[in-house]
Design a protein around this ligand. Structure first.
Ligand code: SF4
Length: 300
């Protein structure tokens, strides 16, 4: 039996659902039951009527799925797939800021460890961050761990004070103004669509800034035919599937997340065969779950 057939057979046998982030390899997105960005997949994981979730993404995504569905068996096919940015804040700093700043909300991008979530008030994704921060009653926002997303949100919620922590996505932050200018010179008719994890100098040159789901939606609805894409290259699978009549150009070869590419068809099969460890329920699970649930409540 071919590997894809073995995956399908085991999926049925174990009543499993395969979720895949838009940044994983094409062949993994192809066999997934659902593809999406962090927000869509977190919502989906919370309501799935299955026994097993195979989460094709990085560690914080598997942790979030387990927190939202503790009764289910959750697998990360590549347990070593981690997001470096998820660790770029510290509990000690959160506690220090809480001591020093009144009227404060600690807002954690979902790209954060369960430990950091357990010390936060609410989670956000790049799809819902502006809406959720606007809805918070607190004046002061400690935004962890991504400074670029925090700056992007701050610009749209100027009535709040933002405190940043110095974190960044090593992939999106590696793109420079020169990359955008070069891509524009090569494709002068193309619109520039970028993710808010990119630097300010890149965002300022964009025609549209949004999450992966928002970039997909924008490109699909646009009457234009050419787009320069400033987010991880895995998004090209969906972009080209959904828009066979349009052309897409990657802004920089550095937009490749090696952690997302650790997930392969073989690792999905290994997970369904129980050959990789289950994602354990994180410590302080109730505290780590609360900001995720608050995000789902405020994001409605
Ligand atoms: S693309 Fe960046 S933020 Fe996303 S998982 Fe990779 S390192 Fe983390």
């Amino acid at each position: 039996m071919e590997i894809k057939e073995r995956i399908q057979a085991l999926k049925q046998k174990r009543n499993a659902v395969i979720l895949a982030h838009y940044y994983v390899a094409d062949e993994v997105q192809e066999i997934a039951d659902y593809t999406g960005d962090s927000y869509a997949l977190a919502k989906k994981a919370a309501g799935l009527p299955c026994d097993v979730i195979v989460f094709c993404g990085v560690r914080f995504m598997g942790e979030s799925a387990k927190l939202l569905s503790p009764e289910k068996t959750v697998y990360l096919p590549a347990p070593k797939a981690d997001c470096p940015m998820a660790h770029m804040a510290s509990v000690a700093e959160i506690e220090r800021v809480r001591r020093e700043v009144d009227d404060l909300a600690v807002v954690a991008y979902v790209n954060s460890t369960a430990e950091l979530k357990a010390h936060s008030d609410v989670c956000v994704t790049s799809s819902n961050a502006v809406r959720i921060v606007k809805a918070l009653p607190q004046k002061n926002i400690y935004f962890i761990p991504d400074d670029n997303l925090g700056r992007f949100v701050k610009e749209q919620v100027p009535e709040k004070n933002f405190i940043s922590c110095g974190g960044f996505c090593p992939r999106h932050n590696a793109v420079t103004k020169e990359d955008v200018l070069r891509a524009k010179a090569e494709h002068p008719s193309a619109l520039v669509l970028v993710h808010p994890e990119c630097r300010k100098e890149v965002v300022e040159l964009a025609d549209f800034v949004g999450s992966t789901a928002e970039i997909l939606d924008y490109a699909h609805k646009s009457g234009e035919k050419q787009f320069i894409i400033g987010t991880e290259m895995g998004i090209f699978y969906r972009l080209t599937q959904d828009n066979p009549d349009k052309e897409f150009f990657l802004m920089s070869d550095r937009l490749l997340c090696p952690n997302m590419k650790l997930i392969t068809l073989q690792s999905v099969l290994d997970a369904l065969e129980g050959k990789v460890p289950e994602v354990p329920l994180p410590d302080r699970a109730d505290e780590a779950r609360a900001p995720l649930q608050e995000m789902l409540r405020l994001g409605k």
